[in-house]
Design a protein around this ligand. Structure first.
Ligand code: BTN
Length: 274
């Protein structure tokens, strides 16, 4: 089993792709997303960093969606941020959400015998346990161009005891799920390659293929769901997603409503509403 990230092998393997045109590695960062934003803020031409990637072995202040923290033991996860400039990609953050989840899932499928499902909006789960998460951040830079940073964290080498007790039953890793050796280098190559492929496809054919790929890999629609959005709780049945990655829900009240991934939390069955 290889525990080291082999950055030269990653750079060589993704040579010629847009995603991975630059691959920066740092052993330890606060957050790979922060590092991406520092790099983007320090240049007068942020759009030239489109396709660039930051990889790290450890984060001291990893972030998740909705202000949550994202923690992982040193060297245990694939921690990656991919920069996408708006003018090159012509994609919005909703589409990047779908794309990141689909690319992360396809990378896991390529490198293991596993078949994770996407849980709205962009978690990867196996048997209901979370394997990976995605955090998309979008900003308009001083130079005027819009940039998104797609942060992907995939649990690779964790054992049960590595997880915080509060997460021990709701989180998992490739090491816990797969009978095959886990190689983070191969996984990084697969992630960047799948992301590049999906980005190209999206530019050429628009978002519908992506939406279909997301739906075919996600937990099936028609499931009961409880949500919290803008301080209010809702319950209903999932119906569909739209191209902005919003979840369409048939509420128990009879109304059909779209929930944005930016301000909605999916509640566990036993989680209190408040
Ligand atoms: C979530 O599930 O809430 C999203 C988790 C995203 C974690 C990744 S790890 C790499 C990148 N850097 C961060 O600080 N967060 C993302």
């Amino acid at each position: 089993m290889s525990h080291q990230l082999d950055i030269d092998r990653i750079r060589h393997a993704v040579k010629g792709q847009h995603v991975g045109c630059r691959v920066e590695y740092l052993p330890e960062v606060a957050s790979t997303n922060d590092e991406a934003w520092h790099l983007l803020a320090s240049t007068t031409e942020p759009s030239t960093w489109g396709g660039a990637v930051i990889l790290a072995d450890h984060q001291t202040a990893g972030r998740g969606r909705l202000g949550r923290s994202w923690e992982s033991p040193r060297g245990a996860s694939l921690l990656c941020s991919i920069m996408i400039a708006e003018d090159e990609a012509q994609v919005r953050s909703g589409e990047l959400m779908l794309m990141s989840a689909v690319a992360a899932r396809d990378a896991v499928v390529r490198c293991t015998e596993l078949n994770p499902q996407i849980k709205w909006p962009n978690d990867l789960v196996i048997g209901g346990r979370k394997l990976a998460g995605v955090l998309i951040e979008s900003r308009r830079m001083a130079a005027g161009c819009g940039v998104s940073v797609c942060g992907v964290g995939i649990n690779c080498l964790q054992h049960r005891g590595h997880f915080d007790p509060a997460l021990a039953i709701s989180a998992t890793s490739l090491e816990l799920e797969s009978a095959l050796p886990v190689d983070r280098t191969n996984l990084a190559i697969a992630l960047l390659t799948e992301f590049d492929r999906r980005l190209l496809d999206m530019r050429q054919t628009g978002g519908e293929g992506l939406r279909r790929a997301w739906l075919s890999s996600s937990e099936p629609m028609g499931r009961p769901i409880r949500l919290r959005s803008a301080g209010k709780a809702y319950s209903g049945t999932t119906v569909d997603i739209d191209p902005t990655a919003a979840l369409m829900v048939q509420l128990d009240s009879g109304v059909r409503r779209a929930f944005s991934a930016h301000d909605t939390t999916v509640l566990h069955a036993d989680e209190p509403i408040a």
